[in-house]
Design a binder for this molecule. Structure first.
Ligand code: GYE
Length: 310
């Protein structure tokens, strides 16, 4: 049984597609899928239903990190292994889940912020007046990306004007951007914690008669984002997103492999991070360093977009 957050973003749709494409009857699976519409109580109900159905495995993509101890203990008491997908659970005892597969969200944020730090230096930006359209509060992706920004704001002397959740959706992202534009007339960077919020922010900026782009000196507003969905990279190619940091949603094959190993009585990694890239609209910054590791920044092209799996 797979309890999925919902369909709030292009990323989530790609994640669900990847899971359903791997966990097929042809591959030996019978998948019960539950969409929670971003509500934890729906996930708790779905997990209890899976326990009643005596499924062999429970897959959980948790909407937020806390509140899982009781239901995961019920799954453990029913001898049903739980695999956590994407966001993490914050539980008192990590024997309550067998494995987790997902991204290093803090590193994603650090990569985005270091790109901005290098970009601002290259363009001699006198000040960075930044707003943060956060993801769903309490989701691992929001926690990591926000934490990285807060640390970079301190380290680089940026002005963090506002921080508010856009719930990883385009509609909320647009609404939050509209209100931030009413409050501040000196915003020059918008840090969107996913592509769908960026789409909403871009619409709000353009509706306010301002220009989205990287020419800060001439009053353009630079939009940054995460996920590198097809639509996100298309906006990056158009120069509307200045930097998009990849968050790989293709967890289906990874979860399939974990289950096949468990079925074969083999050990599985408790946590497995996926490797991720980053893309920019131009080649002002072509590589960045985070904690002594180097990361390439790829200038986006249509060919790259056409060649990607999502
Ligand atoms: O960035 C966002 C989705 O948890 C990494 O959730 C995932 C995030 C992703 O809504 O688009």
């Amino acid at each position: 049984g797979f309890s999925q957050v919902g369909a709030e973003s292009d990323w989530r749709v790609a994640n669900t597609k990847s899971m359903k494409s791997a966990l097929t009857a042809k591959n030996g699976f019978k998948l019960s899928f539950a969409d929670a519409q971003q509500k934890q109580e729906n996930q708790l109900t779905a997990i209890r239903n899976f326990i009643q159905q005596e499924v062999d495995y429970i897959l959980l993509a948790p909407v937020t990190e806390t509140g899982w101890d009781t239901v995961l203990q019920e799954a453990k008491d029913a001898d049903i292994p739980v695999i956590i997908v994407d966001r993490m659970v914050d539980v008192s005892d990590d024997s309550l889940y067998t494995a987790w597969v997902g991204s290093n969200f803090k590193l994603e944020g650090q990569k985005a912020c270091e790109w901005l730090n290098q970009y601002a230096a290259a363009k001699n930006m006198s000040e960075v007046n930044i707003v943060d359209i956060q993801g769903t509060i309490g989701a691992s992706a929001q926690i990591g990306r926000t934490e990285a920004l807060n640390e970079a704001v301190e380290a680089n002397g940026w002005n963090l004007l506002a921080q508010q959740t856009g719930e990883f959706t385009q509609a909320k992202g647009q609404e939050v951007m509209e209100s931030m534009l009413k409050q501040y007339d000196n915003i020059n960077v918008v840090y969107c914690e996913n592509d769908n919020e960026a789409f909403g922010a871009i619409d709000a900026i353009e509706a306010a008669g301002k220009t989205v782009g990287s020419d800060i000196a001439n009053g353009e507003i630079m939009v940054m984002s995460f996920d590198t969905t097809n639509a996100g990279l298309t906006d990056t190619l158009a120069g509307k997103i200045a930097c998009d940091v990849e968050c790989n949603p293709l967890h289906g094959p990874r979860v399939q492999e974990i289950i096949e190993k468990l079925e074969a009585g083999e050990e599985v990694d408790k946590q497995a991070y996926v490797d991720e890239e980053m893309f920019a609209a131009d080649d002002t910054v072509t590589s960045i360093k985070v904690d002594d590791a180097d990361y390439e920044v790829t200038t986006i092209t249509q060919d790259i977009i056409d060649g990607r799996a999502y």
